[in-house]
Write a protein that binds this ligand. Structure first.
Ligand code: ADP
Ligand code: MG
Length: 390
């Protein structure tokens, strides 16, 4: 484990970005922006059923340093990749040679599409959000880019609107189907809080996180091979369930209604619906537990969420199950569950501070023994969303 504190880590990224900016463009950056990664505490696969999610922004960041240009060109240097790409704001096209730059292009395209007048800019980007682990490095890149455009172009965009435009960039320019959760919490997250987001109304409430326990994310290092086809299949199964039950979305079904009408659904559809309907209730119960300071209740809900994703929604797989089980077996673990779409990626864990050292020694060991894979562990805190760094 690194002994660097979270503030050190962000400070190092900011220094690296500003230094690289000066070297690349031979002038001072005018603005530096930080956008965090995110983790979902509970509420998995509920977003596309118009339900509830409870994510937090975490202290791993994408940092952008930028300064305006007068010629309507955007020049991007990706320090971590050692590559650059530029485009003209009047004719934004997809760059197949530098696919990473389509996030910046997509954000510019979406902002302009909404009627915002953009100024060109030079920018550099660097990050310590792991790529492709499910902590949403992509949405962090989008939000950092959007905020940099707001600063150089002197725009004021409301946080929800900014999130929607970044989602549009990812959906329609990059071509990746995703819900609104990631962009939303990275746009609007608050320090020491999670956000309860209603994915139907797009309203949110900041929920204070328990200050005591550590928020620990365990990356299985299993990449999510099945995820696209199975994700689409689950969405269809949910739509079928909603149709059979005569509702617009499974959000409108309570656990009691589902029990009463179980015989109307075929067995697989029933299992999928049961996960969504009980998971929505667990999000609301988790909020109540956090607000009451009832950590054991919160932990039970996290564990139950994993079991429901394993048995009813069937999206965990041996690696995520092994990681959750390694945590469940230890004293001082309040709760542990898979987070993200499933089939690989990460678990999220709440761990008592006194138990953290044991956790960091034992969970990787047990996971390695079960799977032969080397995990990565991130000890995190809940931080504010995208912001300008002074
Ligand atoms: P994640 O789960 O991390 O969001 P995605 O596949 O959705 O994974 O997004 C990862 C992509 O985002 C990368 O392939 C790259 O195009 C872009 N990206 C992430 N981090 C960086 C970075 N540090 N520099 C440049 N591009 C990045
Ligand atoms: Mg992503």
């Amino acid at each position: 484990m690194s002994s660097r504190t979270p503030a050190d880590r962000l400070g190092d990224l900011v220094e690296a970005a500003r230094h690289a900016f000066r070297r690349s463009y031979l002038r001072e950056p005018a603005h530096t922006v930080a956008a965090p990664g995110r983790v979902n505490l509970i509420g998995e696969h509920t977003d596309y059923n118009e339900g509830y999610v409870l994510p937090a922004a975490i202290d791993r960041h994408v940092v952008v340093a930028a300064a305006p240009r007068t010629d309507g060109t955007v020049h991007v240097t990706a320090i971590d990749l050692g590559e650059s790409s530029s485009f003209d704001l009047q004719a934004i096209n997809v760059d197949t040679a530098h696919p990473w730059s389509n996030y910046q292009r997509g954000v510019a395209w979406a902002l302009q599409g909404a009627g915002h007048i953009l100024t060109g800019m030079d920018m550099v980007v660097t990050s310590d959000v792991p790529i492709g682990s499910g902590l949403s490095s992509s949405a962090a890149i989008e939000l950092a880019t959007a905020h940099a455009f707001e600063l150089v172009s002197r725009l004021e965009i409301d946080g929800v609107q900014r999130a929607l435009l970044c989602q549009q960039a990812e959906n329609d320019f990059v071509g990746m189907r995703c819900g609104i959760m990631d962009q939303y919490v990275i746009s609007l997250g608050q320090e020491h809080h999670a956000l309860l987001i209603d994915c139907r109304s797009l309203e949110y409430r900041a929920i204070p996180m328990a200050q005591g326990p550590a928020l620990v994310i365990c990356d299985t290092k299993k990449r999510r091979g099945l995820v696209d086809s199975e994700y689409n299949r689950r969405r269809q199964e949910c739509e079928r369930g909603a149709e059979a039950l005569g509702v617009r979305a499974l959000r409108d079904v309570t656990p009691e209604t589902l029990d009463a009408r179980a015989s109307e659904l075929e067995p697989v559809t029933l299992k999928r619906c049961r996960h969504i309907v009980t998971e929505n209730q667990r999000v609301l119960d988790a909020v109540a537990a956090l607000e009451a300071g009832d950590l054991p209740a919160l932990g039970e809900l996290m564990n139950a969420s994993h079991v429901s994703l394993r048995d009813d929604y069937e999206v965990t797989g041996p690696e995520l199950d092994a990681m959750a089980e390694a945590a469940w077996g230890l004293d001082g673990v309040i709760g542990a569950r898979m987070t993200g779409a499933g089939f690989g990626g990460c678990t999220v864990n709440l761990v008592e501070q006194e138990a953290l050292d044991t956790f960091l020694a034992r969970v990787p060991e047990a996971y390695r023994a079960a799977t032969g894979l080397d995990p990565e562990i991130y000890v995190c805190r809940a931080v504010r969303g995208v912001h300008r760094v002074k």
